[in-house]
Design a protein. Structure first.
Length: 226
């Protein structure tokens, strides 16, 4: 059977389109899913649980992305310098400590912990002695292990009012190289704070309550307390 030139051209066009799509898929990895009003499932439950633990959400953890979840996500986004659109895209998921590409195992999670810990250390202890930088990281990890605080690094960091750098924008400043090393040392068990769960700079502290905390040690300008 003789195939017309128009049919041959059509088949060739389809083959070229398919090849182009395959090439694009190889070049551009699949993006994170975006969760918005109407979404549902286990990831939505995780979003709700984190927001609830940190005081942004008061609704039920039901895995249904409703208007209350949208409002909570917007609140979280506004407080953390993200576009307050109520949609959990890659940036918001990262800020929440949710890594959907964690199929590579613990290494990606560990890398994310180091990066987040380093950001806080750099913002809160820039210019402090190295031991003081490690101690700030240790305080965050001590809180993770303490029953009065969220049980993850991201949960502790993003808990409302926990760290001044989250409110004054210092968290978004460039991260000092020493902060990455300090974060790794803290994660590996170094704790110059002596088990502290609080620290403050007496020259800038505005809370009278923080002075009531039992002092453990002083490193640089920071007092570390239990």
């Amino acid at each position: 059977m003789k195939i017309s030139s128009s049919v041959r051209k059509g088949v060739l066009s389809l083959l070229l389109t398919a090849a182009l799509l395959l090439s694009l898929a190889a070049v551009f990895p699949q993006a994170h899913a975006a969760y918005r009003q109407g979404s549902s499932g286990s990831t939505v439950s995780t979003i709700q649980k984190k927001l609830k633990n940190w005081g942004y959400y008061n609704g039920a953890v039901d895995g249904i992305y409703g208007s209350a979840t949208v409002s909570a996500v917007k609140y979280f986004q506004r407080k953390n310098g993200l576009t307050p659109d109520g949609v959990c895209g890659s940036a918001t998921l990262k800020a929440l400590g949710i890594n959907e590409s964690s199929s590579s195992g613990g290494s990606s999670s560990q890398s994310g912990d180091v990066a987040l810990l380093a950001k806080v250390i750099s913002a809160e202890a820039r210019g402090e002695p190295y031991a003081g930088q490690v101690a700030v990281g240790a305080v965050i990890l001590n809180r993770v292990a303490h029953p009065s605080f969220p049980g993850t690094i991201s949960g502790v960091v993003y808990e409302p009012g926990a760290f001044s750098c989250m409110d004054d924008g210092q968290i978004n400043q460039p991260v000092a190289d020493s902060a990455y090393k300090a974060a790794r040392d803290a994660l590996n068990g170094s704790d110059p704070s002596g088990g502290a769960i609080y620290y403050f700079n007496p020259a800038t502290a505005t809370s009278k309550w923080i002075w009531s905390r039992p002092l453990i040690t002083v490193i640089g300008k920071h007092r570390f307390c239990s």
